[in-house]
Design a protein around this ligand. Structure first.
Ligand code: ADP
Length: 234
C-alpha cells in the first residue's frame, strides 16, 4: 500500500461564536478533534452543526474565536490546511460527466497530474464504468460518490461531511459506511453531522451534541454514544 499523501492534522475550535444578525448560531464552541478521530455531531435542526462544519471548511468566518489546524510538519500560515468538504447539496454540475466534473475541480484546485488522480478516484468510488455519463442522470447515491471523490481530490488530511447519508437507499448507506471506514482508518481527521444512530454513526470514535449553538454533551467527557446520538425531538 502507498503511504498517505498527507500528514495528520488536528483541528481546534477556540471559543467560537457565529452571529447571523440577531441570531447566535454558535455560542462559545471550544473543541479539539485529533488526527484519526471521527467526530460525529448530533443535534436538532438549527442547532449549529452545518455552521460549525462551514467554519471548519473556512467557508464562513466566526464572529468571535478562532479555528486552527496543527500539524507537526507544516505551518498553517505558510501552507494552509484545506479540508475536504462534502456539503449537504452535492455541488457538482449536472451538465458535465462524472469525469469532467472531477477534472474541472482538479484543475481549479491545481491538483498535480489531474487525469491520473481523477482516474484513481473514479476507481476508488466505484464509478469507473460511469465516468462518461452526465451527472444529471445519476441517483443521489451516485452523485454522493462524485461529491466524495471531489472532496478527496487534493488528498485532504481533514474531511468534513454534512449529513452524508441523507437521501441514500440502504445499499448507498452501506457503501458510504465502508468508504468512511477506509478514510477514518487512513488517519484522516473526520467531522460529520448526522441525525440519530445508524450504520454511519457507529463509525464515530467520538460523538458531540450541539443544542442551540452550544456543545452540551461529548463522549470525550464521559457522555455515552447513545445519550449523545439519541434525543427527544421537541
Ligand atoms: P443545523 O446544521 O444543526 O441544522 P445550522 O448550522 O444550519 O444548523 O443553523 C444554525 C442556525 O443558524 C439556524 O437557526 C439557521 O437558521 C441559522 N443560519 C444558518 N445559516 C444562516 C445564514 N446564512 N443566514 C442566517 N441564518 C443562518
Amino acid at each position: 500500500m502507498t503511504p498517505p499523501a498527507f500528514s495528520p492534522v488536528a483541528l481546534r475550535f477556540e471559543n467560537i461564536d457565529k452571529r447571523y444578525g440577531g441570531l447566535l448560531a454558535l455560542r462559545g464552541v471550544s473543541l479539539t478533534v485529533a488526527p484519526g478521530e471521527c467526530a460525529v455531531f448530533a443535534g436538532r435542526n438549527g442547532s449549529g452543526k452545518t455552521t460549525l462544519l462551514r467554519i471548519a471548511a473556512r467557508l464562513v468566518r466566526p464572529s468571535r474565536g478562532s479555528l486552527s489546524f496543527s500539524n507537526s510538519s507544516c505551518d498553517d500560515e505558510k501552507s494552509p490546511v484545506r479540508p475536504g468538504f462534502v456539503a449537504h447539496a452535492t455541488m457538482v454540475y449536472d451538465e458535465l460527466t462524472a469525469e469532467e466534473n472531477l477534472l474541472l475541480f482538479a484543475r481549479l484546485q491545481t491538483v498535480s497530474r489531474p487525469e491520473r488522480r481523477v482516474e484513481a478516484l473514479l476507481e476508488e468510488v466505484g464509478l469507473s464504468d460511469r465516468r462518461a455519463s452526465l451527472v444529471g442522470t445519476f441517483s443521489r447515491g451516485m452523485r454522493q460518490r462524485v461529491a466524495i471523490a471531489r472532496a478527496l481530490l487534493h488528498e485532504p488530511a481533514v474531511l468534513l461531511l454534512d449529513e452524508p447519508a441523507t437521501g441514500l437507499d440502504p445499499p448507498g448507506v452501506a457503501w458510504l459506511a465502508e468508504a468512511i471506514r477506509r478514510l477514518r482508518d487512513s488517519g484522516r481527521t473526520i467531522l460529520m453531522s448526522l441525525h440519530g444512530e445508524s450504520e454511519i454513526s457507529s463509525l464515530g470514535t467520538r460523538a458531540i451534541r450541539l443544542d442551540a449553538g452550544s456543545v452540551v454533551a461529548d463522549t470525550r467527557t464521559g457522555a455515552t454514544f447513545r445519550s449523545v446520538l439519541t434525543f427527544a425531538d421537541a
